[in-house]
Design a binder for this molecule. Structure first.
Ligand SMILES: *[C@@H]1O[C@H](CO)[C@@H](O)[C@H](O)[C@H]1NC(C)=O
Ligand SMILES: *[C@@H]1O[C@H](CO)[C@@H](O)[C@H](O)[C@H]1NC(C)=O
Length: 506
């Protein structure tokens, strides 16, 4: 009995030993393979960031666009309708720069791209005017594909701050060179869609606006860039066979306001975005890398500078269409995060405005804006082309431009007098026209410039929840950097090891 028990005890002991050894083996295999797996997953990790900037789009503009569409398209957009962005709201972003409580687009974009505060006018440089590595460059260093899709000149502040380093945003000739790869890091951008071809053309040609006689467009075409500058070329571009690097610039200057855009001449922002996502998506699928894509609704801001409510709302609507395209991409590519944020508010827009002493009527009139057919800028251009002096201009205004283009049939003598002879006033004609429409719609603006209010922050997709709350604009650069596992300081080091030629003049 006893020996039986003892031998049972021995057996048990041996059994436990066997289990222990087996268990240790098992655990070590699991730990080993998971480390191995982790490393592999890290190396092959394919993640995409789609960073959308709605330039100059404040919280009031979101309300404005939503209620405009509710009021003017009540059938499609009944009470309770939300814009695509409304559904992606996660928080807000603080916007001040290192030099001012009111940022400009260059410092605003540098906060996103380099994750640091810089001064107004800074493009990819820190407050000491030293170049700072951007998330686009750091993504490239990780083997990812990169792209810029905008409606401004591609050399304008926002896209420039991700892809160039100059001490002042006006150095657009230099920015164009850097975007082609003429700087310390070499070429970083794989795909560029937007306007601003003139900064790639020599100064002494009609279409060129460079400061020198270089023809970057032809030079880089010869060096292997795929180039496009027509609607037809855009339409026939097959996303699967597209070769990178690829540059499509569809206007010499900024692309048109959505309100003025001729679809036979220029693609819309959502179309450029769709094509860019197809191209970068296919490319990164093949190469098992992810991509970083910047998309900017650039001209929402410019319409607000003009205090032009109609051009503003139509560019916002086009941006919202673009958001839907991006959201659909995220839905089918779950390893992606999209962020949408503004660099700052522009115009100080308010809905409801009545000067005067009487108790105000609480109302604004979307239908006034619905009657507008052209941007104030386009009307100003048309007016400047009218020959025949004051009399001819007056006739053009009263009989066609104001009623047909702006839906205004009650212009006052004072307004007409200003418009036929704008020299007498101290504001630009497109500003004045924008204000004429705004006054009639009871829509107010406090400025032709930017304001310092917080802007809305929207995000969707992988880890989007991490952006909940109120953030500094620089936090968005930090988020992208962490999400993709980027090393911004090493890029900054590389940029500062090499003295950039032409640096002093930007
Ligand atoms: C054009 O650029 C060349 C240098 O490439 C310069 O010599 C010339 O003065 C420029 N012309 C104008 C009109 O700016
Ligand atoms: C206004 O838009 C219409 C329709 O797109 C266009 O035919 C017309 O030429 C434009 N007018 C101006 C002044 O730009």
């Amino acid at each position: 009995m006893r020996s039986e028990l003892r031998s049972l005890g021995k057996k048990k002991y041996r059994l436990i030993l066997v289990y222990l050894i087996a268990g240790l083996l098992f655990v070590s295999i699991i730990v080993g393979s998971s480390t191995w797996y982790g490393q592999r997953a890290q190396a092959k990790r394919k993640r995409n960031v789609i960073f959308m900037v709605s330039d100059g789009f404040g919280p009031a503009s979101e309300t404005y666009a939503r209620t405009y569409f509710q009021a003017t398209q009540a059938l499609e957009h009944p009470y309770g309708y939300q814009l695509p962005l409304d559904k992606l709201l996660v928080g807000s972003s603080r916007t001040q720069s290192s030099s001012s409580l009111v940022t400009d687009s260059a410092a605003g974009a540098t906060a996103f791209s380099c994750a640091l505060k810089s001064y107004n006018g800074a493009v990819g440089v820190d407050p000491d005017q030293k170049p700072c590595g951007t998330v686009l460059e750091a993504a490239k260093a990780r083997g990812m594909n990169t792209g810029l899709v905008v409606t401004s000149r591609i050399t304008h502040a926002t896209p420039a701050a991700f892809s160039a380093h100059v001490t002042g945003r006006d150095s657009e000739s230099r920015i164009a060179e850097q975007q082609m790869g003429e700087y310390a890091l070499g070429r970083q951008v794989d795909l560029l869609f937007g306007g601003g071809k003139c900064f790639f053309l020599p100064n002494e040609t009609n279409d060129g606006c460079r400061l020198d006689g270089r023809d970057l467009w032809s030079q880089y075409q010869e060096e292997g860039w795929a180039t496009l500058d027509t609607r037809e070329g855009f339409d026939t571009l097959e996303p699967t066979g597209a070769s990178l690097p690829l540059m499509g610039l569809f206007a010499l200057d900024h692309m048109s306001y959505e309100l003025d855009r001729d679809p036979k001449e220029q693609p819309a922002l959502h179309e450029m975005t769709h094509k860019a996502l197809e191209i970068l998506g296919a490319e990164s699928r093949q190469e098992e890398t992810g991509f970083f894509l910047l998309i900017e609704g650039s001209r929402i801001d410019m319409a607000a500078h003009d205090n032009d409510p109609a051009a503003h709302v139509h560019d916002i609507a086009e941006y919202q269409r673009t958001v839907e395209v991006v959201k659909a991409f995220v839905d089918s590519h779950p390893e992606t995060v999209m962020i949408s944020v503004s660099d700052h508010e522009t115009g100080g827009l308010t809905l409801g405005m009545q000067p005067g002493k009487e108790y105000p009527e609480y109302i604004w009139y979307p239908e006034v804006i619905q009657r507008v057919q052209n941007s104030s800028w386009a009307v100003g251009q048309a007016l400047s082309r009218v020959d025949g002096g004051v009399k001819a201009k007056r006739a053009a205004l009263i009989h066609s431009l104001l009623p047909e283009s702006l839906g205004i049939s009650d212009a006052t003598d004072e307004e007409i007098a200003f418009l036929v002879d704008p020299e007498q006033g101290d504001i630009d004609i497109e500003f004045y026209l924008g204000r004429m429409v705004s006054r009639r719609a009871n829509v107010g603006w406090t400025t032709h410039g930017h304001t310092g209010v917080d802007v809305n922050l929207y995000a969707y997709g992988m880890e989007a929840e991490a952006l909940r709350g109120n953030h500094d604009n620089t936090d968005l650069g930090i988020f992208v950097s962490r999400f993709l596992g980027l090393d911004l300081p090493s890029i900054t080091d590389k940029l500062n090891q090499i003295i950039l030629y032409g640096w002093s003049h930007g």
